[in-house]
Design a protein around this ligand. Structure first.
Ligand code: IVH
Length: 670
């Protein structure tokens, strides 16, 4: 056989196999026997071995052929992968609808309702019609490249008929049957079973060797489009239809609903139908259908205003509370945790539940030895709902919090207006350990391989006491620790070394300054750019920054006035940690922009610009575009037929421009 002939045969086999595959895995409707499929696959593999120059990455034979990786590469999401706000009742849904209608100034909205699949959000990128990269959601900004594992999911097409670059998003999951089968096998082999299908799916996709994922029978439903410059469709439902046409698996239960009452009917119908599905869902996702409406509504810091997740009511179960454990957190707060007889709730076994603080224990009158009702709030976090008082005997005595720190023994204090008890000893070992766990965590320095167990080991071996000790760890010493092989030590040291290059906001968040969350850390880093600028800044400098309030400003000033903190920063700098902001800088933007630091609202019909375009241009010039008019609004751009936002702006005496004025302002910055 010559090469041309081989190429023709290979092409024909690939087309056939892709077709079979699509019918089997996407449509759930096989068109050939397994035998026939396997024969064709073997034939393809044989030809590709004979003519290696004809191998391509998107061949159906390549699904399991990949070599194990050494480590996961990080993937930056061009468009962040956000999460959703939650609704727990019909009232919450009606509130959501009201906010949407008010934001849009319209009477009735069409929504798309989708099952909320309980799996793992992933992003799939296609370039020139080929599947080129698959990634996890990660922290929403940065995920991990798991292309090798996603390729093993047969319902993910390796080729699509769309030449423009398109990134699609969806939920990878493990069907219940595969989960049961997998756990049976694990138990047969004496291995620890997975707690639920979600963990099993996550565990499978977080493997360096694709052969493992290939055996796990994962599946996927696609429900969103991320980056797609060339996209022209105007509603979410049209996009879903298009995804389906391209050969992606979309969920067949999705429904377009006219108004919130129809949504509520849909939601209620699934409370009953839910157990009949062969995959886990934890709620219903409700999305505004029209994309221009979505754009108009925009986003809060964490989630879109045009979508919400309805969470099914939590399952309640009864168990025994046999003890209350006390732990000391990063900021010295002593938290009581209920230790429970293990019970299964909403898919996982629960044996601990936070009791938060002394007040809550008193309020619910929780005592050691009680029989209690527990549930998982939002189906995730276990909590004690109430005590079954009639099951109580004389033995159960009211619980009292200790007066001394369970870690270092210093006297605990209750700060004014706080419900929490605190240990205020700055050298308390428990606090230092928790601080370190926070420092290496995903949104902070993001050091892989430094989980709680390893940190515990490092503490016990006396290798670390402070953050800076992490950067002084030595290979020989680490090798002496239990369960630490050459490879994991190398990986760990590399991850620690790499973290030195992190942009300032990660360090800032990692330091654990009170009230400074990851978002505020980013705002501060972006604004001050260098750690020295932050150290030297005054209370007034901080409150002058948008989104930094007085409480936070006060806390930052106090933090940087501590001698110990300044010494720590000096040490870290000496160890080679980057102390500068590396992201896009405000100073790169023209200073004389009329939009700089202004809050702007767009309303009415724009004719010169699309809303997206206007928004992007304004943002590029330092402005912030929001969805509704308030006292904080600096400028309203009113297109044709502007409605209540216009009236409100007038009332509040806010500057109003028409689109022509916007155009002039934008063009003068050209
Ligand atoms: S839409 C900005 N649709 O739920 C919109 N999410 O809390 C983002 N999920 O991270 C997501 N099924 O992992 C969407 N039909 C669905 C979903 C879904 C499951 C998950 C997803 C996301 C989380 C949102």
């Amino acid at each position: 056989m010559d090469q041309t002939e081989a190429k023709n045969q290979i092409d024909a086999l690939r087309t056939q196999l892709n077709h079979y595959n699509y019918h089997y895995y996407v449509l759930d409707n096989p068109t050939v026997s397994d035998f026939e499929y396997d024969q064709k696959m073997q034939e393809l593999i044989r030809l590709e071995e004979q003519f290696p120059e004809l191998r391509t990455e998107d061949s159906p034979s390549m699904r399991v052929g990949g070599e194990p990786l050494d480590a996961f590469e990080k993937v930056q999401h061009e468009i962040p992968m956000l999460s959703l706000g939650n609704a727990f009742s019909e009232d919450d849904l009606r509130d959501f609808d009201r906010r949407v209608r008010e934001g849009l100034e319209i009477e009735n909205v069409n929504y798309v309702c989708e099952l909320k699949i309980d799996g793992l959000a992933v992003s799939l990128r296609y370039e020139n019609g080929r599947f080129t990269q698959g990634a996890t959601r990660g922290d929403g900004q940065t995920g991990e490249d798991i292309t090798h594992n996603l390729k093993t999911i047969r319902s993910i097409p390796l080729r699509i008929d769309e030449t423009d670059t398109i990134e699609v998003r969806g939920e990878a999951f493990m069907p219940q049957k595969s989960f049961i089968h997998l756990n049976e096998k694990k138990e047969e082999n004496g291995e620890e079973p997975f707690a639920n299908p979600r963990n099993a799916a996550a565990g499978s996709l977080r493997q360096l060797d694709p052969k493992i994922a290939a055996k796990r029978n994962l599946d996927i439903f696609l429900y969103a489009v991320g980056q797609w410059e060339a996209g022209t469709l105007s509603s979410h439902s049209e996009r879903l239809k298009y995804l389906k046409e391209l050969g992606f698996k979309t969920n067949p239960e999705t429904k377009r609903c006219d108004g919130i009452e129809e949504v509520i009917d849909y939601v209620n119908s699934w409370v009953e139908k839910r157990p009949n599905l062969n995959y886990d869902i934890d709620g219903i996702v409700i999305k505004v259908d029209r994309l221009d409406y979505q754009e108009q509504l925009g986003y809060t810091a964490k989630s879109p205003r045009w979508a919400i997740a309805y969470k099914f009511p939590a399952e309640e179960v009864v168990t025994k509370l046999f003890d209350i454990e006390l732990s000391v957190g990063r900021t010295g707060v002593v938290t009581p945790t209920a230790l429970l007889e293990p019970v299964k709730v909403a898919g996982t076994t629960v044996q601990r539940a936070s009791l938060h603080n002394e007040d809550l224990i008193q309020e619910k009158d929780i005592r050691i030895g009680d029989t209690v009702v527990i549930k998982k709030a939002g189906d995730i976090i276990p909590e004690v709902v109430r005590v079954l008082v009639d099951q109580r005997t004389e033995e159960q005595q009211p619980f009292r919090m200790p007066t001394e720190c369970p870690s270092c023994g210093s006297e605990l204090v209750r700060l004014e207006e706080e419900v929490a008890l605190r240990c205020i000893n700055p050298s308390c070992p428990a606090q230092l350990k928790e601080g370190l766990i926070h420092f290496v965590s995903r949104n902070a320095m993001n050091i892989d391989g430094l989980g709680e167990k390893v940190i515990q080991q490092l503490f016990e071996a006396d290798y670390v006491h402070t953050i800076s000790d992490l950067y002084r760890l030595e290979k020989d010493k680490l090798l002496e620790l239990e369960r630490m092989g050459e490879k994991s030590v190398d990986n760990l040291l590399r991850a620690i070394e790499n973290s030195k290059e992190n942009s300032l906001e990660r360090l800032l968040f990692g330091l654990g300054i009170r009230y400074v969350g990851s978002k505020a850390a980013r705002t501060l880093a972006e604004h001050f750019e260098e750690i020295d600028q932050l150290i030297n800044a005054s209370f007034d400098d901080f409150v002058a920054v948008d989104e930094i309030g007085e409480k936070m400003a006060d806390s930052i000033v106090r933090y940087f006035s501590e001698q110990q903190v300044l010494e720590l920063i000096d040490e870290l700098q000496g160890l080679g940690l980057n102390m500068s902001y590396k992201g896009p800088k405000k100073s790169d933007q023209p200073e004389d922009s009329p939009f700089m630091n202004k809050t702007i609202v767009l309303t009415g019909k724009l004719e010169i610009y699309s809303r997206q375009d206007a928004k992007q241009q304004i943002e590029a010039l330092g402005g912030k575009v929001t969805g509704s008019v308030s006292k904080k609004t600096d400028l309203l751009i009113a297109g044709a037929d502007a409605g209540s936002k216009y009236d409100k702006a007038k009332q509040l005496d806010i500057t109003i421009w028409d689109e022509q004025q916007l155009k002039e302002a934008l063009e003068s910055r050209g």
